[in-house]
Design a protein around this ligand. Structure first.
Ligand code: KG4
Ligand code: ZN
Length: 401
């Protein structure tokens, strides 16, 4: 199997096409206009309204509150995106809606609004998978990439690794079997009373800590341990979506999965103490949570989480290279790819292996609508449209999450 055999089908988007993207899958209401120009998706506007102030007091997203806030914010965001893009007399060609996966009430708002805009403009709607869209972040306003690529999505809801032939042709290599990495960061930050959302706060606090102070477990899953863990095969037998291939590339290779719940429990024990076990000597009480100890816990937890991601990435790369299928590019997306330590390690990974690592700017790492509109350009070029019966779906066909 050679790399040349995996070229993306010739569906190059058309210059001048303008797509309005809408994103409401979780707690960000976003709208964006993306134009195809000079061989790449160009961001004309990127309007986003985060709901952190609403959910902070609950230390997590409250779905009903999220849906209500989307309802209030979606029209202002679309107006803002259109105003900022300054379209003059140019017409929007399609409306792209992030319709899966996500919180169903939140998705419903973007789905209804997007269809209403498409109907009133007389243009097609295009339903977009949020996970796949994250992987276009490194293509925005950037030179075209060489394929095949490795694609890493690391966010609050997902930790997925893919092998990609193109933006719409992806095969699942591995995914978390429990918590998503961002979820683990957020829960760790809550445990350490850092605030919400925890990922960026834990990232900032880590700079004052020693990443070697506490040893957190870095799991490495074997095919056997995963099977014994009782997971099923559904994600590796994901359905094929129209025009896209979602099938396992390293069949039944579960060793490229991730797990973050053990690290989270280890942090809980480090903070609150190990629970006593009958007939065993009483465990030592936890060390006092001084400011320095908190910083050390942050830095060590972050190092262990990043270490696991890098370990899986390196093994995926080596396995593909051994099959004469060496990735030329690494695409990353999702809020956690804004993490400074992870970005430094990803850049090092690229230098060591001579692969083009695309590290998107922070506003395209987190949830945004530009990535939704960008991915829709390839579907538009292939003539793959949805209609006004497009429905929101809580799950993705790309793998269990
Ligand atoms: O992609 P995203 O905006 O939403 C989902 O699709 O989930 O990702 C949000 C996640 C949150 O868990 C947040 O804490 C995490 O990304 N995050 C970070 C950083 N910035 C955002 N995690 C670690 N370090 C950061 N700098
Ligand atoms: Zn996301």
């Amino acid at each position: 199997m050679t790399s040349a055999a995996h070229a993306e089908p010739p569906n190059e988007p058309t210059a001048g096409t303008l797509i309005l993207g809408i994103e409401t899958s979780c707690d960000e209401t976003a709208a964006s206009i993306v134009e195809w120009r000079d061989g790449a998706p160009r961001v004309c506007s990127n309007a986003i309204s985060t709901q952190h102030e609403i959910h902070a007091r609950y230390a997590g997203v409250v779905p009903e509150l999220a849906s209500r806030a989307h309802l209030e914010r979606i029209v202002p965001m679309v107006r803002e995106a259109i105003r900022y893009a300054d379209l003059q007399d140019r017409r929007i060609s399609a409306v792209a809606i992030g319709n899966r996966p996500g919180l169903i009430g939140s998705l419903l708002v973007g789905n209804a609004a997007g269809k209403a805009y498409a109907w009133s403009l007389g243009v097609p709607v295009i339903g977009i998978d949020h996970i796949a869209a994250h992987l276009t972040a490194g293509l925005l306003d950037a030179p075209p990439v060489r394929w095949p690529a490795l694609g890493l999505v690391a966010s609050g809801g997902h930790t997925h690794l893919f092998r990609m032939n193109g933006p719409r042709s992806m095969k699942l290599l591995g995914r978390t079997i429990d918590d998503a990495i961002g979820e683990a960061f957020d829960k760790a930050a809550t445990l350490l009373s850092l605030g919400y959302p925890g990922g960026p706060l834990l990232d900032a606090r880590s700079s004052a800590g020693d990443p070697t102070a506490i040893r957190f477990p870095t799991p490495r899953l074997t095919a056997r341990s995963v099977r014994e863990g009782g997971t099923d095969d559904n994600c590796l037998r994901a359905p094929t979506e129209s025009g896209s291939t979602f099938a396992p590339v390293l069949s039944n290779d579960r060793t490229l999965d991730f797990s973050f719940s053990g690290m989270k429990t280890a942090l809980l024990y480090a903070v609150r103490g190990v629970p006593p076990v009958t007939n065993r000597p009483a465990p030592r009480p936890p060390l006092p949570l001084t400011e320095q100890r908190i910083s050390d816990l942050c830095a060590s937890f972050q190092a262990a989480a990043v270490n696991q991601v890098m370990d899986v990435l390196a093994r995926a790369y080596d396995k593909l290279a051994a099959q004469d299928d060496r990735p030329a590019t690494l695409l990353v997306g999702g809020g956690v790819t804004a993490n400074r330590h992870l970005r430094a390690e990803l850049a090092k990974f690229g230098d060591q292996r001579g692969i083009d690592v695309r590290l998107p700017p922070q506003q395209f790492c987190v949830d945004n609508a530009a990535m939704i509109a960008a991915l829709a350009h390839w579907k538009f070029a292939a003539g793959e449209f949805d209609n006004l019966r497009l429905a929101p779906r809580p799950f993705s066909a790309l793998g269990r999450f």
